[in-house]
Design a protein around this ligand. Structure first.
Ligand code: GDP
Ligand code: MG
Length: 163
């Protein structure tokens, strides 16, 4: 079956953008206004010769403004069941929200490896604000920009080390 990486996070943190970058495809459709993702949710990725599958969990969410805790729970539980490793994606431009806290709560109950990732760190001045994500107590925070690819190499090194 191979290693499976699930990208978990509330709507608009950049799950589909990261999925597209990791899989080097345009299969997951990014809608900048609503965070709606359609079509494929599974893709193949590779780093330093190690192949793995990626799940974009955002596809289960239809309306980003109307997400309920039950739905988050369902998504995260599914991801935890299926995945070898979970990428917990956060948005440095908004900081921690109630939905992020809810997801962190579910992830804390999991035995699977979790990589905490601060997305939208497009510039160096966003590295320091991203340190607030250490407060989840889920381990090191990797700063990336899914838009320009910054930081993704270090994140991928940590990711494949969990396999
Ligand atoms: P999802 O709902 O979690 O799948 O998020 P999307 O991938 O649809 O992205 C939501 C919005 O954030 C879109 O407008 C993206 O262009 C934007 N976005 C994603 N990654 C980055 C990033 O690294 N930097 C910036 N500035 N914007 C990003
Ligand atoms: Mg999406």
């Amino acid at each position: 079956m191979g290693n499976i990486v699930a990208i978990v996070g509330r709507p608009n943190v950049g799950k589909s953008t990261l999925f597209n970058r990791l899989t080097e495809r345009r299969d997951a459709i990014v809608d900048s206004t609503s965070g709606v993702t359609r079509d494929r949710h599974y893709g193949k990725a590779e780093w330093i010769g190690i192949e793995f599958s990626v799940i974009d969990t955002g596809g289960y969410t239809v309306n980003s403004d109307d997400i309920f805790e039950d739905e988050i729970k369902k998504q995260v539980e599914l991801a935890i069941d299926e995945a070898t490793t979970i990428v917990f994606l956060l948005d440095v431009t908004t900081g921690i929200t109630d939905h992020d806290e809810a997801i962190a709560g579910f992830l804390r109950k999991s035995d699977k490896p979790i990589i905490v990732v601060a997305n939208k760190v497009d510039t160096n001045d966003r590295i320091l604000p991203a340190s607030e994500f250490y407060s989840f107590g889920l381990g090191d925070v990797y700063c990336i920009s899914s838009s320009n690819g910054g930081g993704t190499g270090d994140m991928l090194d940590a990711l494949v080390a969990t396999f």
